[in-house]
Design a protein around this ligand. Structure first.
Ligand SMILES: [Zn+2]
Length: 67
């Protein structure tokens, strides 16, 4: 994926956040190294309750930009 502003290759970043003891959220997005432009592509939610792992993937809606 290329930055719509600069046209350079954007790097993929995974951001993991521990939302609670039993839950984790992973955000996958692309970031432009020049202008810091970010595009969120996917959000993964992990649920560790009941001794099992529940994985929920919710694709980001189109044109979901983080500023
Ligand atoms: Zn850029």
């Amino acid at each position: 994926m290329k930055c719509p502003k600069c046209g350079v290759q954007m790097s993929m970043i995974r951001e993991i956040e521990q939302t609670s003891r039993r839950e984790k959220g992973i955000k996958v997005y692309y970031r432009c190294t020049l202008c810091n432009y970010k595009v969120l592509t996917e959000e993964v939610h992990l649920d560790f309750s009941n001794g099992t792992i529940k994985i929920m993937v919710k694709p980001a809606p189109k044109a979901s930009f983080i500023k």
